[in-house]
Design a protein around this ligand. Sequence first.
Ligand code: FUB
Ligand code: ZN
Length: 612
Amino acid sequence: MKNTFLSFEQVSLSDGFWKKWQQINAAVTVPAIYDRFAESGRFDALRLDWKEGQPHPHIFWDSDTAKWIEAAAYVIEKNGDTALIEKVDALIDLIAEHQEECGYFNSYYQQFQPEKRFTDRTDHELYCAGHLMEAAVAYHRATGKDKLLSVVCKYADYIEKIFVKEQSASFVTPGHPEIELALVRLYEETGELRYLNLARFFVNQRGLKPEQQYEWADPSYSQSHLPVREQKTAEGHSVRACYLYSGMADIARYDSDNELLNACKAIFDNIINRRMYITGGIGSAANGEAFTIDYDLPNLTAYSESCAAIALIFFAHRMLMSELDGKYSDTIERVLYNGFLSSISLDGKSFFYVNPLEINPTLLNRNRSLLDKSEHLPITQRLELFGCSCCPPNIARLMATVGGLLYSQNGNTLHIHQYMAGTAEFDGTKITQQTSYPSDGTVRILVEKYQGSEIAIRIPGWCRNWQLRVNDQPIQPRMEKGYAFFPCSSNAEILLQMEMATEIIEANPLVTENAGRAAIMRGPVVYCAEGADNGENIHSIWITDELDAEEWDSEQFGCKCLRIDAWQPAPSQSLYYPANKQPSVQKRLTLIPYFGFANRGESEMLVWLLKK
Ligand code: FUB
Ligand code: ZN
């Protein structure tokens, strides 16, 4: 095991950007999702007594419930919320009551297709099982209660019997990966090697021979087009893909399997160099919720599902465990501050399923009326619940555990990956970060009673100028793959000062959508222009290299907002006119953090601005 992360349990965030989000998560998001799930019938479905007239259960409602339990467990772990414990226990009682003697549990199949279990690869039974396992691990760690853990262990044993020992299921690997990474977590919690073996089995079998697929999809939709070790590009449904890649990275790490790790590395590089939005969003096509081809990153119709952004964090986190490289932690940061946070409203109650980089209500409404009803176009406002509501509880479970992304250890070296105000405690050591990141780039880190001999601190890829002082003395650290290494033992005060300038970012010219356009970033935060501040027709506004940027602290968004110089062509009656004949009006353009868009009613939004 190379780099072992401190778990979120060992890290307490204090006043600051992420602490606020976690408070909203505990006070608003987790309760709100519970209420919406209860109203929609998701919890009643666990009673297995559906009657005509009630909302009809869905094949993967169990996964929604499981993800909510998992998120609640993390909140309980930190806040010891007894009312929440009662709610979770009531759900677990229902699950345990209805688990079959053999170990099987699936509220949909048991009610509606009892004789069809494990006959349809696309029907999410193993996906639901995986989420139940993750929930069980989280709840066991939070409370010590093992009722759900016993349920999922018995279920995992049954799955092993059916899929490995008897091979009596109609398929070999699940259509929706998830159980692979979940079984690894189950192994880590129980120490039972057979769960790791089962995870390895599902990873290794994928793509070995043709398997059932949705009729409209090809094998790459579920990453079954090639044996996993031969996969070098990110293909198909992006959530499935990154859950699978996370499981692959886990197995590669446990087995020291370099061939598998190299496949993960190639796929990761393909994502971040060719198939990822500037916001860290992935899966650009609504059709199949999928990756498409290199550099195909449309803004208006970006799919960029919230769950996919979260899954990319899972993948990058696991890659960091095998290899200390700033590209992984940079990606985690990019997703966290942009494509992940955009998925939730500032009040914590509503969510985006897809996260576009441009909103033009007129264009979208025109398109909606012209297009086939099945065509998916982004909505312009977040919702409290979706028919397919996989994203909200996924957001809640990651929000509660971001502290687990901050620190790892390798022998005598402590790695510091992300900057969030708070304290970590482990092996008698205490690490305190004081910072108002991402509003500014100064991070003071107090190290107390450190037993190791070295610290490696990430210098973010976005940062051009920085300084590091230890105990008030400037130091010249050894740089390796985005990390600054320096000796440190016992007590120390580290001061990292990162210059956080407003930057103009251009896309690779092969991204056709962004030709002639630029985005604005400040530190890890991507900015956007919204109609609420800037009026209409934002697509026609252009900027130059001279931004004359002014920044200010925004209470509403919890970080800086910007104002820059821009120009906009004056309105015209002509459809076409000679170049340079139309006057332009200079204006100051207000930019807000991308994650905060669509919190002030429906309006236009644009990340990639025209640039002359
Ligand atoms: O299929 C289960 C979940 O629903 C997927 O992970 C999401 O992409 C959505 O399709
Ligand atoms: Zn989702």
